[in-house]
Design a protein around this ligand. Structure first.
Ligand code: XIL
Length: 319
């Protein structure tokens, strides 16, 4: 059957996918769309593999919710992007305020990574090992890991994940790195840092939480992706959504369709870009309105789970 994933595969990519979340899976109409591998050949748990879900208190691990998503991927024959191991957000207070020093925080971080990656060993096509480690100017973001361990927390995290599941592709994931600039250069510095440490990094995840009308052109996408290709890493667009002021005007939807097509065309044109994931497929479950007040309508299916033909067809035909 024709669909977004079918087209991505035909273009030589590994998948077109969507984020999902545990609570949504009881929505029968939603789930029927998600389960259709012509549309989605890959899923990412929106929240259920984050630190606060998996290790809410020290050394007490809870994989139940993440397992639901991993099992769904296996049942459907969809690839799984596992998200995320080391991030300053959705991080329990016990990590942030536990008074750990360099040595003890490294041990806490390694334990979290080893337990989690081992639990999902063989199931994750990708792991987002470190998420959002950069400020907008490309310097390191202050967080408990950087402030306590220094930049070495990043290569240590990658080495620990690689040891626990040698076959998972290991990614650094961030936003506002979709075009050339200070933050993209910072992400390239992280890749070189991990490589110089002597451990592997397989890919760069470009989140791509974009805004209608100020999204990258196709050539802007490809120029930036090529800079990562030159470092010998794969590229994935990992959390694509393109928000606008709600209610969306017809003109905004037309522009949004072009913005989506540019992202897909960029990935299509760059050999090392392996696939595109949208950050859920429907406005019904998008994170945007809760975080960006007055914004939304960011996805190709509307709040009633009806496909937006203009946006959907732009994505489909860009492959
Ligand atoms: C978001 C989820 O979609 C929301 O449900 C949650 O409340 C906050 O996190 N960058 C990331 C994702 O890497 O994990 C975030 O997901 C969106 C921004």
């Amino acid at each position: 059957d024709d669909g977004l994933n079918t087209r991505a595969i035909a273009a030589g990519k590994q998948y077109f996918g969507s984020a999902t979340d545990n609570g949504e899976l009881s929505d029968v109409t939603y789930k029927a769309i998600l389960d259709n591998t012509a549309e989605f050949g890959q899923i990412t748990p929106g929240n259920s593999m984050k630190w606060d879900t998996i290790e809410p208190s020290q050394n007490s691990f809870s994989f139940t919710k993440g397992d639901v998503i991993a099992d769904l991927a296996a049942t459907n024959g969809q690839k799984l992007r596992c998200h995320t191991l080391v991030w300053y957000s959705q991080l329990p207070n016990w990590v942030k305020t536990g008074g750990f020093n360099n040595e003890t925080l490294i041990s806490v971080m390694k334990n979290h990574i080893t337990q989690t990656v081992t639990h999902y060993k063989g199931k994750c096509l990708h792991w987002d090992v470190v998420n959002e480690a950069l400020n907008e100017d490309g310097t390191y973001r202050s967080n408990v890991f950087y402030d306590t361990i220094g930049e070495a927390y990043i290569p240590i995290a990658f080495a620990t994940a690689a040891a626990a599941d040698p076959s998972a592709k290991l990614y650094y994931n961030d936003y506002n790195i979709e075009t050339a600039g200070s933050k993209s250069t910072g992400a390239q510095r992280i890749i070189k840092l991990v490589q110089q440490y002597g451990t592997k990094i397989d890919g760069i995840g470009m989140q791509a939480h974009l805004i209608v009308g100020s999204s990258p052109s196709t050539s802007s996408w490809t120029t930036n992706m090529n800079a990562f290709s030159a470092l010998n890493v794969d590229i994935a667009i990992t959390e694509l959504d393109i928000r606008t002021t709600t209610p969306a005007t017809a003109a905004a939807v037309t522009q949004q369709s072009k913005d989506y097509a540019n992202a897909v065309a960029g990935c299509k044109a760059v050999t090392k870009c392996v696939g595109v994931t949208i950050w859920d497929f429907t406005d019904k479950y998008s994170w945007i309105p809760s975080v960006f007040s007055g914004q939304g309508a960011a996805l190709p299916w509307d709040e009633d789970l009806v496909k937006k033909d203009e946006v959907y067809n732009a994505i489909l035909n860009a492959w």
